[in-house]
Design a protein around this ligand. Sequence first.
Ligand SMILES: NC(=O)c1ccc[n+]([C@@H]2O[C@H](COP(=O)([O-])OP(=O)(O)OC[C@H]3O[C@@H](n4cnc5c(N)ncnc54)[C@H](OP(=O)(O)O)[C@@H]3O)[C@@H](O)[C@H]2O)c1
Length: 388
Amino acid sequence: MIAITGANGQLGKLVVKGLLNVIPADEIIAAVRNPEKSDDLRALGVQVREADYDRPETLLKAFEGVDKVLLISAVVPGERLRQHKAAISAAKQAGVGVLAYTSMLRADTSRMTLAVEHRETERYLKDSGLDFIILRNGWYLENNTGALIPAIEQGAIIGSAGQGRFASAARADYAAAAVSVLTHPGHTNKTYELAGDESFSMSEFAEAVSKQVGRTIAYNDMPPTKYESILLSFGLPKIIVDVIIDADVKSLSGELNSSSNDLSQLIGRSTTTLSDAIQAALTVQPAVPPKEGLPVIEIVTFTLKPSVTAAQFILVDRLIEAEYVSKCPGFLSRESAPGPNNTWLAIIHWQSVGSADASMKGIVTAPGADKLMSMIVPESMGMTLYGW
Ligand SMILES: NC(=O)c1ccc[n+]([C@@H]2O[C@H](COP(=O)([O-])OP(=O)(O)OC[C@H]3O[C@@H](n4cnc5c(N)ncnc54)[C@H](OP(=O)(O)O)[C@@H]3O)[C@@H](O)[C@H]2O)c1
């Protein structure tokens, strides 16, 4: 039995789904703070148990009969060490065989503020006598891509990271690493430095975004005090703002960069590229994804720039259809037409979700794609898949 704590969270759900590809559902326990929020996990066939870091009695019960625990680090700085200690003690008391913990990059030496509680947790875990696996996760690509749409609307990405480099990877990569160490032998009492295969500066991030949206999105570097006041004006809590500023400032001395290839080695593939992460963030996902293997209908809507006429756009649209979309594997049919106020609609039928996704990923390099993107108001672009 493998229990995943924080399983209602984004990383936890990815780990549970990844485990389902490797072990039966009845060997997986989603250990969550709020079981009433876990209908989607129950629908996957896994067992849901209450496990609140602030209520140790729930942790002990959640870990009953469990061989391996993945302790996903808690959320609130300042509270986390106490919460992690409660989970580790409960695992020890319940007779868990091995506890894997999601720490942070070079937690033993890092000067980032967040590292302190991770370092202390690692020490507590090692001192507990439990067998351990330490997954020192680097920064998530989603930390950058999560706020992309408003940044594009503003025409700029802001920060205080200067030329600091981020060897970030996608949550899905870190989840795959957790699945790998939990389901394969040979990882006990090891520590992994997990980071993306490539690093980028914030200027390079802005350049990659500009390329995909077809217009310049600048990176505006600013003093930390100015960045802080802007983040606070967005309504972000001070405790979170402090973490963001600290990360940017410490990135200047390389704290979020790494040349470790532990992550790609554990997952047996390259880590998610910055460009794929940007593309995923710009693609609106349906609330209920259609099932793989069944036909889907892709609806794409957007608005042409005021200077672009329907007659000009149709030429580029037809070129993309003839030279790229219709040649993609799984293509069934496509139609497109103008609507009111320079809006445009395209309806594409695909044999499966996979074929629709693959075509979307490749479109950036398709002939005429640059021209097409330059004619569209970037933030007006919406894509939804419909299917059963
Ligand atoms: N490497 C990075 O860049 C990065 C970025 C952000 C966070 N992190 C760390 O990585 C962890 C996982 O990331 P994520 O994206 O999955 O975060 P997330 O989506 O916010 O999920 C965190 C989960 O922790 C649960 N949780 C919070 N307090 C708890 C408690 N007292 N007892 C039990 N569970 C509790 C939450 O439960 P509810 O669903 O009930 O709220 C939530 O499901 C975070 O918690 C944080 O430590 C890393």
